[in-house]
Design a protein around this ligand. Structure first.
Ligand code: SAM
Length: 282
């Protein structure tokens, strides 16, 4: 695979006068096996975020009916176009993914696709905002497969009561089921990043696994993790300041939880029970 060849990458960039941009999290994949294992998760339509020089893009174009790739760095676009010139099923969009209306983009780009997934080697600096934006978008993705920092994969795939379980884990579990696929060491990229990576897949739900008001649920989760060393009762007050401590204690215990329980012990179902109780209280 030419695009995983380090001397090709360097010479193409040099020929175009383009440098690796740290500020955009540019660490390009150089292992064809990893590229293929990510691309295997393509649906009929694929949204790729951060195509870079196009190593994964090219493989996705082979697997999928249609690929749409969003790249922020305008200096790299001519190289990306050169490297993917043979594919007529690719649309390149030069923009910041966080500035796009993702639902609208998917509607425009994939009207003729029965299923759409996301496949990406994400830049480290915006991992969680991008994943949450994709999950919350309501765009109807079948799955989201991303390579991100290894520790973040551990956190996102964690379970209640485990050390890495956090607000983001609970919030994401409302949208889909997270699975770690495999580790990718730092030596598989140019330039070599300071951290190791892993690939995870989120299988998105058609309907949420719990029945409650989404905004209240997200506020409960945010509140529960706002002060990690405090009990749930003490930390929920930060988000629901109209309730005093006694009212929150009453609410928590009436839902069947101990008054001194900590937020990190609670599952999504538990947070939904609390969200419904808070909604009733108004
Ligand atoms: N897909 C390529 C690969 O695997 O070799 C490049 C991956 S590199 C880790 C991340 C890519 O995301 C870079 O090309 C970078 O310019 C791009 N990027 C960074 N921030 C972005 C943003 N906000 N929106 C779209 N692309 C972004």
């Amino acid at each position: 695979m030419r695009l995983t060849d380090i001397s090709y990458i360097k010479s193409q960039m040099e020929a175009h006068g383009v440098n690796f941009k740290k500020k955009f999290g540019q660490n390009f994949l150089t292992n064809p096996m990893v590229v293929e294992r990510i691309a295997e998760n393509a649906a009929e339509g694929v949204l790729e975020i951060g195509p870079g020089l196009g190593v994964l893009t090219a493989e996705l174009c082979r697997y999928a009916k249609k690929v749409c790739a969003v790249e922020i760095d305008d200096t790299i676009i001519p190289l990306l176009k050169e490297n993917t010139a043979e594919f007529d099923n690719l649309t390149i969009i030069n923009n910041d993914v966080l500035k796009l209306d993702i639902k609208e983009l998917i509607r425009e780009q994939f009207a003729d696709c029965k299923s759409v997934s996301v496949c990406a080697n994400l830049p480290y600096y915006i991992t969680t905002p991008v994943i949450m934006a994709l999950a919350e978008s309501g765009a109807g993705f079948e799955s989201i497969t991303v390579m991100i920092q290894k520790e973040v994969v551990t956190r996102l795939c964690s379970q209640p009561g485990k050390g890495d379980y956090g607000a983001i884990t609970a919030a994401l579990s409302y949208y889909g089921e997270c699975h770690k696929l495999f580790d990718v060491s730092a030596g598989n990229f140019i330039p070599k990043p300071k951290v190791d990576s892993a690939v995870m897949r989120i299988d998105l739900y058609d309907t949420p696994p719990v029945d409650c008001d989404r905004d209240t649920l997200m506020r409960v989760i945010r509140g529960a993790f706002s002060q990690r060393r405090k009990t749930l009762v003490n930390s929920l007050g930060s988000e629901f300041s109209h309730l005093n401590k006694e009212q929150i204690t009453e609410l928590v215990t009436s839902c069947g939880f101990a008054a001194d329980i900590r937020g990190e012990k609670l599952s999504l179902e538990d947070f939904a029970v609390l969200a419904n109780a808070i909604k009733v209280k108004g």
